[in-house]
Design a protein around this ligand. Structure first.
Ligand code: MN
Length: 290
């Protein structure tokens, strides 16, 4: 049974903005607020593109919490067996951690353990060892800054390292840090897991952040992802953490991120209408289960 605690509802900034100029920051924050969200997830693929202090001020003025997510690059990848490539990936994570800590939301998640993209071979065991060691070092610094690190299992076309909740939990056990959690995304669950309920059971006490997205990454309820099963299972385990809506359209996000995520067609062009619809969809299912 649910504890009845209200989950903070978040939205990925890519619903509103393709970059993070001062104007894009202001637009995304005001749109997230206008459409009823508590949390804004800001992509930090390029941490140097984010003016942390300005963003924090704009978030604080709007009463929103800012968190960060990213995927690493093939040439800056902590799961590479090449020490120089792994080192660049770790530096990227430390830069993103500084942004996440400065925003005050206390969370950095996503494909932080691997490059975000299609690998053409299985993970190298030395590369996995590099990733476990690097996440351990980043987690230690994150703990000093009160930041939680989330490992998001993604489908096989976006990483070769963590595709399932069970693999994420195994990785967390290998790291052995208390501030690393599973960041579960129903879009990826729909591709890789046996069922939503079993994926959430596999997370156990490690579930710490949730992404809600349709099977085609468009309007909720118009695809094949088991969204009712997701909200039922979250209530069953008493999940009271953040639930963030994520959706991508070439109409808004950068060509680079569109290409890496395989977003080849537009499922929507009005981010605010999409956001409002998703907010109502999620709130209705949460209140039905409270
Ligand atoms: Mn996601």
């Amino acid at each position: 049974m649910s504890t009845g605690a209200r989950n903070p509802l978040g939205i990925h900034a890519a619903v509103f903005a393709g970059g993070w100029s001062p104007q894009e920051c202001r637009h995304a924050v005001s749109a997230a607020r206008a459409t009823g969200y508590d949390v804004l997830e800001i992509p930090a693929l390029d941490p140097s593109a984010i003016d942390m202090k300005d963003t924090r001020r704009v978030l604080d003025d709007a009463g929103l919490t800012g968190v960060c997510s990213l995927g690493l690059d093939i040439d800056a990848d902590i799961s590479s067996p090449d020490p120089a490539v792994a080192q660049r990936g770790e530096e990227r994570l430390f830069d993103a951690l500084e942004i996440a800590a400065g925003l005050g939301g206390g969370y950095l998640g996503g494909v932080v353990y691997s490059a975000l993209g299609k690998y053409n071979r299985p993970v190298d065991p030395r590369g996995r060892d590099n990733a476990v060691a690097a996440i351990g070092r980043v987690a230690a610094r994150a703990a000093e800054e009160d930041v939680t690190l989330g490992l998001e299992p993604v489908n096989r076309y976006e990483s070769n390292l963590i595709n399932t909740a069970a693999q994420a939990v195994q990785f967390i056990d290998d790291v052995g840090a208390g501030n690393v959690v599973v960041h579960l995304d129903i879009y990826h669950v729909n591709i890789e897991e046996r069922s939503v309920a079993e994926a959430i059971a596999d997370c156990g006490e490690h579930l710490g952040y949730v992404h809600v997205g349709e099977s085609h990454r468009g309007y909720l309820g118009t695809g094949s992802a088991d969204l009712d099963g997701l909200f039922r299972s979250l209530a069953d385990v008493g999940y009271d953490g953040t639930i963030t809506f994520e959706s991508f359209s070439r109409a808004v996000i950068s060509p680079d991120l569109s290409d890496r995520l395989g977003v080849w067609r537009d499922l929507w062009d009005d981010g605010e209408d999409l956001a409002r619809h998703a907010r109502e969809f999620m709130a209705a299912r949460l209140s039905a289960r409270a």
